[in-house]
Design a protein. Structure first.
Length: 158
C-alpha cells in the first residue's frame, strides 16, 4: 500500500500537467503563403496561449470574415474542439498598444487620427506582402482575437 500512494500521486500530478499543457499549448498547422519564407504551407508550430504580446513575435489569431468576426472571442483556456471551429491566421507583430503607429510600414494607418496604437489593438504583417491579409488591408487587429504566440517550430515530416 505504501508504494501505491506515491505512484498514484505521481500519476495524478502527471495528468494535471498534461491537462494544463493542453489548455496552454496548441499545435497549429500553417495554411497559406502569407508568412513565406519563414513559414510554409503545412509547417507545424506550437503556440503558447496567454503570453504578453511584443514586437517581432509571430502570433496565431482568428481570421475575420468579410464583415468582422462572426463569433465572440474564445474564452481563455478553450479546448481543441472550440479552437477547431475557427479559421486562423499567422502573422508577425509590428506594434502593440502604446507603440507609435507604424505609418511608414502600414500606409492605411495614416488615415487613423491616433499617434500611438490604442489599447487592446495590435498591428500585424505577413512576411509575404503580396498575399497577406494583414494590417496593410485591415488596420488594427483586436488583441482578444489572438490565440497565442508561436513558441516553437516543429520539425517537417518526411
Amino acid at each position: 500500500m505504501s508504494t501505491l500512494v506515491p505512484g498514484l500521486t505521481g500519476l495524478a500530478l502527471l495528468l494535471a500537467v498534461l491537462v494544463l499543457l493542453a489548455r496552454t499549448v496548441v499545435r497549429v498547422t500553417v495554411r497559406g503563403m502569407s508568412m513565406e519564407p519563414a513559414y510554409r504551407e503545412g509547417d507545424q508550430v506550437l503556440v503558447r496561449r496567454g503570453r504578453t504580446l511584443e514586437q517581432g513575435q509571430v502570433v496565431v489569431l482568428e481570421q475575420p470574415s468579410g464583415t468582422g468576426w462572426r463569433l465572440p472571442p474564445l474564452r481563455q483556456g478553450a479546448g481543441a474542439a472550440a479552437i477547431a471551429t475557427r479559421s486562423w491566421l499567422i502573422k508577425r507583430v509590428i506594434a502593440v498598444a502604446g507603440d507609435p503607429v507604424p505609418r511608414d510600414q502600414v500606409p492605411l494607418l495614416a488615415t487613423f487620427p491616433e499617434t500611438r496604437v490604442p489599447p487592446g489593438k495590435i498591428v500585424l504583417l505577413g512576411d509575404n506582402q503580396a498575399v497577406s491579409l494583414d494590417s496593410r488591408r485591415l488596420g488594427y487587429f483586436p488583441t482578444d482575437r489572438v490565440l497565442g504566440v508561436v513558441a516553437r517550430d516543429l520539425p517537417r515530416r518526411g
